[in-house]
Design a protein around this ligand. Sequence first.
Ligand code: ZN
Length: 292
Amino acid sequence: MKGIMPVNHEKLFATEAQRHGDSFHELQNNAGLIDFTNHKISKNSVIFSESLCLRGITAVLLLIFIALTIAPAGAVASESVRTQEINQCLSGELVTWGDGRDRPAIASQLKFAYHHAAAPDWFSEPQVAAMVAKAAEEWSQCGIRTSIVGWGVLNLLKPDVIRVQWSDKESRGNFGLANLGKRTLSLGPKAFALLKTRNPAYDSRQTLQMVISHEMGHFFGLMAHSRRCVDVLSYYDNGKGEACYSRDPAQMRTVKEYRSIFPTACDIERCRNINGMTPLLDGRLAEHPRTQ
Ligand SMILES: [Zn+2]
C-alpha cells in the first residue's frame, strides 16, 4: 500500500497545476463565471470546480503523506483529535482562506436529483445515490431542509432542484464542479478513472463521498474554502506556502486523507451562521457523532 497515494497525488497535482497555471484553487476565469481574485460573481453563474486533494497540497504535506503507510495501532485512541475536530467546532476555528464570500443558500430548501448515466462502472447507482442522500442529510444540520427527488422532467424544471450528474464536460476535468447558476453538481468520470489508474489500492468511494459533500456545501452558501484541514470545505494550502490549521498537525500522519468526507461541526456552524440559524450548542454536532 504503502504510501502510493501521495506519489500519485503528486503526479496528479502536477497535472492540475499545469492545467491551471498559477490560478488559485478552483479559480475559473471563463466568461460568465466566478473570479475569486477580484471577488466578482457574475449575475447568473457561480462555478466551483474541485480537484480536492489533488490540487493545493504543499510539498510539505506531500512529504508527510509519502511517509504514510497505515495508522499505527496506538495512534488512534478512544477518540482521535481528528474525530474531536469533526464533531466540535471550537471558538476561533471558523477560518476561511477568504477566497469567496459566503451568502445564504440558493433556496430555502434544497432538493437533489441524481442521474447515474456516464458514471464509472465501479460505482453502482444505489451506491452513489446513497452517498448523495447521506451528504444531503448531513448538510441538513445546517437548518436548511434537504430532500432527494427523482430525475424526472417535472422535477428538473423546478428552480430548487439541483442535478447531480456525471459529465467530463460539465466538471471540466475536475473531480467535481458546482455550478450554482445552472443548479448542477457535476462529477468527473475521467478524474475518478485517473485516480483509480494511478492508485488502484485507494478506496475511491471515500473520495467520491468527499467530493459530493464538498460540492454540495457550495449550494448551502459556503463560498469560501475553510482553512481548517479537517473540514470537508477545506483546502490544505493556498499555493503560497500557507497551510491549513489543525489542532494537532501530527495527526495528519495517521490517516491518508485528513479531510472529513462529511461536513464537520465547523462546516455546519459556518453554514448555520450564513443562513441565520442559531449556533450549534457548544459548537457540537447534535446528531450521530462521527468517527469518519
Ligand atoms: Zn470548493
